[in-house]
Design a protein around this ligand. Structure first.
Ligand code: AMP
Length: 161
């Protein structure tokens, strides 16, 4: 369990660490891989969400999912990616959160994931929580804990010499 004081400081203003859906680069499952490659190259991210036309979260697309298909045929041109859809190669979403204040879950998952999709209870995409934004909160915590709390070490037995 996260210490209550730590959680309280980390969780202040959860909106500050959620990147809202409107500014998250994404593709739809019916896009071609040629289009997806253009989006991924333009935004410079290696993994982005795949959304349905009604904004339901459907999967994740990694740059390597696209380049693997490009390199499969020796000498293949980018135009060949026109025949493959995002839905053919996207990965399932294995980890997500539906509440940005569930910090214990968020911190545990972000150890292994660079970002977590945030959805509502219908799996409609709301945005993402990135490792970078959470680290900013941890940085804030590291500099502000003793401004709001008195932190005193517990008495521990010192080993006899
Ligand atoms: P960061 O912690 O900022 O490096 O972001 C971690 C990962 O989150 C990136 O590698 C992307 O996969 C994803 N990401 C961050 N910001 C965006 C965004 N605006 N649109 C799409 N994906 C993003």
């Amino acid at each position: 369990m996260i210490d209550a004081a730590v959680e309280q400081l980390l969780r202040q203003d959860p909106k500050s660490y959620v990147i809202p859906a409107e500014v998250v680069a994404n593709v739809t499952a019916t896009n071609t891989l040629e289009h997806a490659l253009m989006v991924l190259s333009k935004v410079g991210y290696t993994r982005i969400p795949v959304l349905a036309p009604d904004d339901h979260l459907q999967g994740l697309l990694a740059l390597s999912d696209v380049t693997d298909n490009l390199l499969r045929v020796p000498g293949a041109a980018v135009e060949n990616l026109n025949q493959i859809l995002v839905s053919d190669v996207m990965r399932p979403v294995t980890h997500w959160v539906d509440d940005p204040t569930k910090l214990e879950k968020i911190l545990n998952l972000l150890v292994d994931e660079p970002f977590l999709p945030l959805v509502d209870d219908q799996m409609v995409f709301q945005g993402i929580i990135t490792r970078r934004e959470i680290l900013k909160r941890v940085n804030y915590l590291a500099h502000n804990l003793n401004r709001q709390y008195t932190v005193t070490p517990k008495m521990v037995d010192t080993p006899a010499n």
